[in-house]
Ligand binder design. Structure first.
Ligand code: GAR
Length: 207
């Protein structure tokens, strides 16, 4: 009914972004939120690496950050249990893996089933399991004519969850893994905020 629909629209949609490194995808999300192209609440930026540039980017924009060192926990289960406490405190509706280089374990998957998305720098199902520049090396050395990026739901199947969106770029003569990475990254910065927007508006498969 109308009242319920209005309440749904008024309720803020809380996202947590997980990043292990540079954080340009995080920056893309921050920019989209600040320019009000994306109406979500960026509740938490989490990193498994204390020195991740992503954490500096988040702090610069006054966002709440969290770092947990998995090595300081006796098991992945304990690490994820602690992480889940923070996510629950922030009432996180969606977890966005943006250059998060750690496998999500069963506890986090169970707590946020169909509420975790990942961006991967290849046209999945091609090059499942690769990370960063390695994916572009595989595409260039394999003689691919095109590559791109994929946003998918995270399941126990590594890089194998349902595909939500893809963007393609050509691989041109003279390209190196680095030039391809730059071309793909530009698409990543558009694709990820667009998918988050759809999910937050109740469109698409996530949540
Ligand atoms: C991005 O290209 C992302 O697709 C990739 O890492 C890069 C992170 O860049 N993710 C993976 O390879 C996951 N397997 P960023 O830190 O600048 O956003």
């Amino acid at each position: 009914d109308y009242a319920r629909e209005r309440r749904r629209k008024e309720k803020s949609f809380n996202i947590a972004v997980f990043a292990s490194g540079r954080g340009t995808n995080l920056q893309g999300i921050i920019d989209a939120v600040e320019k009000k192209r994306l109406k979500v609440n960026l509740s938490l930026v989490f990193s498994d690496k204390a020195d991740a540039q992503a954490l500096d980017r988040a702090r610069k924009h006054g966002l709440e950050t969290l770092h947990l060192d998995a090595k300081k926990f006796s098991s992945r289960e304990e690490f994820e249990k602690e992480l889940i406490k923070y996510l629950e405190k922030k009432s996180v509706d969606l977890i966005v893996l943006a250059g998060y280089m750690r496998i999500v374990g069963p506890d986090l998957l169970a707590a946020y089933r169909n509420k975790i998305i990942n961006i991967h720098p290849s046209l999945l199902p091609k090059f499942r399991g690769c990370a960063g520049i390695e994916c572009h090396r595989l595409a260039v050395s394999g003689g691919e004519k095109e590559t791109g990026c994929t946003v998918h739901l995270v399941t126990e199947d590594l890089d194998g969850g349902p595909i939500l969106a893809q963007a393609k770029v050509p691989i041109l003569k003279g390209d190196t893994p680095e030039t391809v990475a730059d071309r793909v990254l530009k698409e990543e910065h558009l694709l990820l905020p667009a998918v988050i927007k759809d999910i937050s508006e109740g469109k698409g498969k996530g949540c």
